[in-house]
Design a protein around this ligand. Structure first.
Ligand code: FMN
Length: 211
């Protein structure tokens, strides 16, 4: 497949892209050109940040052995994290929407090593505390840019459970902790409108009105 990195994704209407940027956890193993990784990360750099500090660092891990190293640890943490949900899902009353998320998250964990790009986003600390919130606008921009160029992506934060080990493995200084890891690749399923509560349930004018 020949990709024109300069033009790909440039014609997707912004709001339509936002409405269809669902989490894609089923990815094909085919490689993603570095120039395209650069393009979606560049979209991240246009995010707002406090005082325009621009605290983000992006590290794209593509080497298969390194991806396996990370995937193995992710899977281990995921197994204990997801155990209560798996037990709950044995009940026939378990909501279908939750069941779908669970299945997708399980698939991602089992196939994480196959995702061609593990994109780590690292930030900064204030008074010794990681400022993760400073990175989420940039992370969302990357997710939206992936949607625009046709890449599948999702947001994971489980690496925070073995933060120090991952950060050392990535060569990050202690002052720049990782916040998230986005598995990115060509999607094995289509982008679609995700299930959401109606805006009319969430929007209030002037004052909160219990509904
Ligand atoms: C702060 C945050 C942390 C998340 N961590 C994970 C994660 O560790 N693993 C995962 O599979 N999804 C993770 N997600 C993704 C959510 O599960 C996903 O956004 C949600 O299921 C909605 O998906 P949809 O847009 O396809 O409906 C995270 C999302 C957020 C905002």
């Amino acid at each position: 497949m020949v990709i024109d990195v300069a033009t790909i994704g440039e014609d997707v209407p912004l709001l339509e892209g936002i409405r269809t940027a669902c989490a894609i956890r089923r990815l094909r193993p085919d490689p993603v050109p570095r120039e395209l990784i650069r393009k979606v990360c560049e979209a991240g750099t246009f995010a707002p940040s406090g005082g325009n500090r621009q605290p983000w660092t992006f590290i794209a891990v593509t080497d298969p052995e390194r991806r396996s190293w990370f995937a193995e640890r992710y899977r281990r943490v995921f197994a204990s994290y997801i155990a209560p949900a798996r037990r709950a899902a044995e009940s026939p009353d378990y909501p279908n929407a939750q069941r779908k998320i669970l299945a997708g998250a399980l698939h991602l964990a089992e196939h994480l090593h196959e995702a061609p790009v593990h994109l780590f986003v690292a930030g900064w600390k204030r008074r010794g505390e990681p400022q993760y919130q400073a990175l989420y606008p940039a992370i969302e921009n990357v997710l939206l840019a992936c949607r625009a160029v046709g890449l599948g992506a999702s947001l994971t934060t489980l690496q925070q459970a073995f933060q120090a080990e991952v950060d050392a493995w990535l060569g990050l200084p202690e002052t720049q902790p990782t916040c998230a890891m986005l598995p990115i690749g060509w999607p094995a399923v289509k982008h679609r409108r995700p299930v959401r509560r109606s805006i009319d349930e969430c929007l209030h004018f002037e004052r909160f009105t219990p509904r």
